[in-house]
Design a protein. Structure first.
Length: 99
């Protein structure tokens, strides 16, 4: 399996976990398990790819290989961006439902 596909899978899974963690910790932005998972996975993949493109040395992918530094970078980047997108979607949903 190529390193790019492996990194994308790691970002999707980490984003889903980050989205569910954000939904569980902040009840007012909770989208439900499926909503948190979908928003988190999309955020994890998108944020992880942006992080990898802008800061390849931070994401651990500058050498093009898959090593422990790369995996940790993808997990952190995907998890954090998955949590952020879930929070944004939750806030927008709450704002739209209050009108």
């Amino acid at each position: 399996m190529s390193g790019t596909i492996l990194n994308l899978i790691i970002q999707l899974v980490a984003g889903a976990i980050g989205g569910n963690a954000a939904g569980a910790s902040l009840k007012d932005i909770n989208l439900g398990t499926v909503g948190n998972t979908i928003a988190g996975a999309i955020g994890g993949a998108g944020g992880g790819q942006i992080l990898q493109a802008l800061l390849p040395f931070l994401a651990g992918t500058a050498g093009g290989g898959v090593d422990i530094g790369s995996v940790i970078g993808q997990i952190v980047g995907g998890g954090v961006s998955g949590a952020i997108l879930t929070a944004i979607v939750g806030v927008v949903k709450n704002m739209m439902s209050s009108k």
